[in-house]
Write a protein that binds this ligand. Structure first.
Ligand SMILES: NC(=O)c1ccc[n+]([C@@H]2O[C@H](COP(=O)([O-])OP(=O)(O)OC[C@H]3O[C@@H](n4cnc5c(N)ncnc54)[C@H](OP(=O)(O)O)[C@@H]3O)[C@@H](O)[C@H]2O)c1
Length: 282
């Protein structure tokens, strides 16, 4: 699986990873099998959060999936903004570590901008790094003005990533967020790459383009979409798959290479819309 520098953290991370949101609603054993099959195939960037299933996803799915193979995994979890005071962040991290049955996270992320002072959250993140509980920290759902605010607090080269909504029909981050992150050495982690399950129908004009390109490569339209989404050098994607066949399909996308002409066709079929007033989130 192709890897890239994850911001300025020094870590190299696979361009395609695995999400875990809403897995608590799926067949638990099947989801664990899918995550482990994904790990076998190099999808070692695992994204979770204290929010998911109110801790259940960390405790009963991710912990099981990484049991005995923690060293292979780039493990990311997130703190809820309502917990993101200085002491609240430290405590939330301890709870996630306990549920995940590990002694450290590779990256710890503020799930979205909240009302507690960012200075306190950043100070807690830095304390967690000093204490060896996390290797790096990042943010999620942050627009450029909010990223500027964090940067002013943290100084350069501290924000590892910004995790943001990014799929074929929602490309708003291409206007300002991706360029800002590339200028500042921040990894962009695109979430909901399949629109949270609302993937373009093969009967729609865009869906037909994906299908055409997929057929030329003996690939699936989902693989084509993933490959398009990681065409910029700072971008990663984290599809969620509770079915093993889906995890395998997503891993295979790592081998797919689209030509400049194919990238152009997808770009035209799912055109970038005008810049919205605020950053789209799910
Ligand atoms: N930071 C944030 O605020 C935030 C917000 C949303 C999401 N996220 C993260 O991003 C991850 C991914 O986003 P998401 O969960 O919203 O949805 P998604 O990845 O866009 O879509 C998931 C859906 O696509 C299906 N699928 C996966 N691979 C497929 C394939 N190869 N072929 C056909 N169908 C496939 C899944 O089916 P099965 O599950 O049945 O296999 C599931 O129904 C989340 O799990 C979470 O970790 C973060």
């Amino acid at each position: 699986m192709e890897t890239r520098a994850f911001g300025r953290t020094g870590a190299r991370v696979p361009v395609i990873g695995q999400g875990t949101w809403q897995m608590e609603d799926d067949d638990r054993a099947g989801a664990i099998r899918a995550l482990r099959a994904g790990l076998d195939l190099g999808l070692t960037h695992l994204d979770t959060a204290e929010l998911y299933g109110r801790g259940l996803v960390e405790e009963t799915i991710v912990a099981e999936a990484i049991a005995g193979r923690r060293d292979e995994v780039f493990l990311v979890s997130k703190v809820m903004p309502s917990n993101a005071t200085f002491s609240g962040t430290l405590a939330a991290c301890e709870r996630s570590l306990r549920r995940l049955r590990t002694d450290h996270l590779d990256c710890y992320v503020l799930h979205w901008p909240g009302s507690h002072p960012l200075e306190d959250t950043v100070r807690a993140f830095e304390r967690l790094i000093r204490d060896g509980k996390i290797r790096a920290w990042g943010v999620s759902n942050f627009a450029v003005e909010e990223l500027e605010e964090v940067l002013a607090i943290s100084g350069p080269e501290r924000i590892a990533c910004n995790q943001v909504l990014y799929h074929l029909e929602e490309r708003a981050i291409e206007h300002a967020v991706i360029p800002w992150c590339e200028r500042n050495g921040v990894a962009v982690v695109g979430y909901s790459p399949f629109g949270n399950g609302r993937f373009p129908s093969p009967r729609s004009p865009g869906g037909r383009v994906l299908m055409d390109i997929a057929q030329d490569h003996d690939a699936s339209p989902y693989q084509v979409a993933l490959r398009f989404l990681v065409r910029s050098p700072s971008v990663f994607t984290i599809p969620k798959a509770s079915r093993e066949a889906h995890a395998r399909d997503n891993a295979e996308a790592g081998k797919l290479h689209l030509t400049p002409g194919e990238l152009r066709r997808i770009d035209e079929a799912f055109p970038l819309s005008a810049e919205p007033a605020s950053l789209p989130v799910i």
